[in-house]
Design a protein around this ligand. Structure first.
Ligand code: SF4
Length: 338
C-alpha cells in the first residue's frame, strides 16, 4: 500500500457526501462490521442482523486482557508506567474477566486443559479456585505481548489524550460511523496520532491496505468531529513488534467516506432483498458459522426482522465524557478488538 511505513522494533528504543439510500438499516456501521461485509456478506448478516452468539477464541480473549492492561497502565502517573505495573494490570484484567465473564474465562481454562465445563454451564466461577499457579499459566502467553509493547515505546515519556474512546459520528443525515479507538495522542505541537494495538503479527507485504482501512475509518471519524486530519495513524502489532504507520491526507479520508457510504448502500440493498451471499475464503477456517453456511453444505436459517437501531447521535466531541446512548463495549453489537 502506497504511503504505509513499516517499522520493526527489535529493541527499546470535508467535501460533500454522495447520496445514500434512505432505508433505516443500517443507521450506523463500525469498522469491524464494514470489514465483515467486505469479507463475507453472510458473516455480516449473522453478526449484525441475526446476532448469533460467538464464543471468543482464547487468542481474542488474551487480546482483550492486554488491551485492558494497557488502558489501566495509561491511567497511572507517567513515572509509574513500568513493566511490573503492566503485569499487575494484566493480572487485574484476568481477575475482572473471571469475575464478570465466566464463560469467557472458561475458554482460557479449557485451552490449558483445565476443568471448565462446569464453569461455562453454571455461569459462575469461584475466584478462590483459581490458584495463583492457574492464573500464572493463563497469563503466561500474554506477558510477551506486554514485553513487546515496552520494546516498541516508552509510556513514561508521554501522556495519552484518550484511551478506549467511544465515538458515534454522523457522516450523513441518517447514518453514522461508530466504534472505539484504542488510544489518541496529541503532541504539544497539536499533532494528533491515532493508535490501535493488535496482539497478532503484522500482515505480510501487500496486505497493509486492508489493515489500514480501520485506521482511516477512525481518522475519518476524528476529522468529521473535530475538523482536524490526524497527523499519523499507527497500528502496533505486539505479536511481531512491528508498527504500520500512515500519514492520511484529505483525499484519503474523502475516499474512505465514499467507500463507507457505498458499503452502507450495498448493505441496505442486501437487507431489502434478504440476500447476503456467502463468500468462502481461507477465513472460513476461523468462522463460527460454518455449520450454518451454504458454502459448506448447510442451509442458512431464514433471515430475522432487521434489528431496530438507535438513531445516530449528533454533536458529541470525541474526547467528551460518554453520554447516554453512546456505544458501550458491554452492549456494542460489534466489538472491535482482535
Ligand atoms: S464460513 Fe466462510 S462463507 Fe460461510 S459465513 Fe463464514 S466466512 Fe462466510
Amino acid at each position: 500500500m502506497a504511503g504505509v511505513s513499516r517499522t520493526r522494533h527489535n529493541q527499546r528504543s470535508i467535501p460533500h457526501a454522495p447520496e445514500v439510500h434512505t432505508s433505516a438499516f443500517p443507521m450506523h456501521l463500525s469498522a469491524s462490521r464494514a470489514n465483515d461485509f467486505l469479507t463475507c456478506p453472510l458473516l455480516f448478516r449473522y453478526r449484525a442482523i441475526d446476532r448469533l452468539p460467538e464464543v471468543p477464541s482464547a487468542a481474542a480473549l488474551r487480546g482483550t486482557l492486554v488491551h485492558r492492561a494497557l488502558e489501566v497502565l495509561f491511567g497511572l502517573p507517567t513515572a509509574d508506567r513500568t513493566p511490573d505495573a503492566a503485569a499487575d494490570a494484566l493480572a487485574g484484567a484476568w481477575a475482572e474477566l473471571a469475575a464478570d465473564e465466566p464463560v469467557s474465562a472458561a475458554v482460557l481454562l479449557a485451552e490449558l486443559g483445565l476443568p471448565s465445563g462446569e464453569v461455562a454451564t453454571s455461569g459462575e466461577i469461584e475466584l478462590a479456585r483459581l490458584s495463583a499457579e492457574v492464573s500464572d499459566r493463563i497469563l503466561e502467553p500474554a506477558r510477551p505481548l506486554l514485553d513487546a509493547y515496552f520494546a516498541m515505546e516508552d509510556p513514561t515519556r508521554f501522556q495519552a489524550h484518550a484511551m478506549e474512546m467511544a465515538f458515534d459520528v454522523p457522516i450523513h443525515d441518517t447514518f453514522s460511523i461508530r466504534g472505539f479507538v484504542d488510544r489518541v495522542d496529541i503532541a504539544p505541537t497539536g499533532q494528533v496520532r491515532i493508535i490501535d494495538y493488535k496482539t497478532g503479527k503484522a500482515p505480510s507485504a501487500g496486505f497493509e491496505a486492508k489493515a489500514m482501512f480501520q485506521m482511516r475509518f477512525y481518522a475519518l471519524a476524528w476529522w468529521r468531529m473535530t475538523g482536524q486530519i490526524p497527523h499519523q495513524l499507527r497500528l502496533m502489532y505486539l505479536g511481531s513488534q512491528e508498527s504500520l504507520t500512515y500519514v492520511p491526507e484529505e483525499a484519503d479520508l474523502v475516499a474512505t467516506e465514499r467507500k463507507v457510504l457505498a458499503l452502507r448502500e450495498a448493505i441496505a440493498a442486501s437487507a431489502e432483498s434478504g440476500v447476503f451471499a456467502a463468500k468462502a475464503s481461507r477465513l472460513c477456517d476461523w468462522c463460527s458459522y460454518r455449520d450454518l453456511c451454504p458454502a459448506w453444505g448447510a442451509i442458512s436459517p431464514p433471515m430475522p426482522a432487521l434489528p431496530v437501531q438507535a438513531p445516530p447521535i449528533t454533536g458529541r466531541p470525541m474526547d467528551a465524557p460518554p453520554a447516554a446512548g453512546l456505544p458501550d463495549r458491554a452492549n456494542l453489537d460489534d466489538p472491535e478488538h482482535d
